[in-house]
Design a protein around this ligand. Structure first.
Ligand code: ISE
Length: 324
């Protein structure tokens, strides 16, 4: 099988997905790129066709599946168009700008009776997170009671507003905490710290666990994502990033990556290959549209609590039968 895959959006993520499709995936090829900036689309497309209209890319017969990496507020429209066309979509997070929009995608997919949407929560394909989940599943540390997350960006662009630390960045911790613990988020509380946008988010799960996350969008020193699970008989945590330890200028240590692209490079490749293999097998893996909806809904309710930083009870509809 050699699936033609189109990419909508040639920004940081879209260009990376296009590059992976051009160079690092078997069973698929890049069949087109669309971006509102034709030059950016052409740069990402290489020899593949450039489209000026996202809906034309989705409809193109040579496009069998679509990566949606356009601006967040357009995700829902293009995901619904893919569902209407019966074409699989790998949807970058967040699934939609609002929970109500995300629910429309869930309802449309369930009504079609076929899973076509996979959410781009690539940390599920990261070897370090996979190791944490395997150790917890082995029983070696006993039952999980606490999960500590650290999510530090070097800095963010000027347009990156306060709530985006929750709806954009922290969305990864909502999904990966649910995945690691096999639990649902039932309540949360946010505590701003300092004056550079740092947020401490504490969540409770339906399994009684406490999830603590530092969301630090201006860490300055490097891109640093860390997780530690505390069990009743032990702990498991990520090893430091990097493959080499340096002794120089009186210091010893490792280098932090600049951002998520180098830190999760292999996870992005494995996610794309997993998506292609899932389509070939007729059974998608990774995060579902329901996972995407839950993440948007939980993030939206936590972001709304930033007004007063009071505890918030998370309200979610029951999981539809289609996603059980
Ligand atoms: C960005 O959109 C990502 O998805 C990165 O994985 C995350 O670390 C970063 O904080 C987000 O802004």
């Amino acid at each position: 099988m050699d699936l033609g895959i189109g990419v909508i959006g040639a920004g940081v993520m879209g260009a990376e997905h296009a590059r992976i499709l051009r160079r690092a995936v078997s069973g698929a090829h890049l069949a087109g790129v669309c971006d509102r900036d034709p030059a950016r689309a052409a740069a990402a497309a290489g020899d593949a066709p450039v489209f000026s209209d996202p809906l034309a890319l989705i409809a193109a017969p040579e496009v069998a599946a679509v990566v949606i990496a356009s601006p967040d507020e357009t995700h829902a429209e293009y995901a619904l168009a893919c569902l209407a066309a019966g074409k699989p979509a790998l949807l970058e997070k967040p699934m939609a700008h609002r929970a109500a929009e995300a629910l429309r995608i869930v309802e449309a997919e369930a009504a079609g009776g076929r899973r076509l949407v996979q959410l781009g929560f690539m940390r599920r394909y990261d070897a370090a997170y996979g190791e944490l989940k395997a150790v917890l599943g082995s029983g070696r540390i006993g039952r999980a009671t606490v999960l500590h997350n650290v999510h530090r960006n070097v800095s963010v662009p000027d347009w990156f507003s306060g709530p985006m630390a929750i709806t954009n960045s922290f969305s990864h911790e909502i999904d990966i905490s649910r995945w690691l613990l096999g639990a649902e988020i039932t309540s949360a509380q946010v505590f701003p710290a300092g004056d550079r946008g740092l947020l401490m988010v504490t969540m409770r799960t339906d399994g009684g666990q406490v999830v603590s996350t530092e969301v630090n969008i201006n860490a300055g020193y490097g891109y640093h994502v860390h997780a530690q699970i505390v069990g009743e008989q032990g702990t498991v945590e990520m090893a430091p990033p990097g493959l080499a330890l340096t002794n120089a200028a009186g210091a010893h240590g490792f280098d932090f990556p600049a951002d998520w692209i180098p830190r999760f490079a292999q996870a992005y490749r494995d996610q794309m290959q997993g998506w292609v293999d899932g389509m070939a097998a007729g059974r998608l893996g990774g995060a579902t549209a329901w996972d995407g909806y839950v993440t948007v809904a939980v993030a939206e309710q936590i972001a709304a609590s930033l007004r007063d930083c009071q505890p918030v009870e998370i309200a979610l509809p029951p999981r539809p039968e289609f996603y059980r």
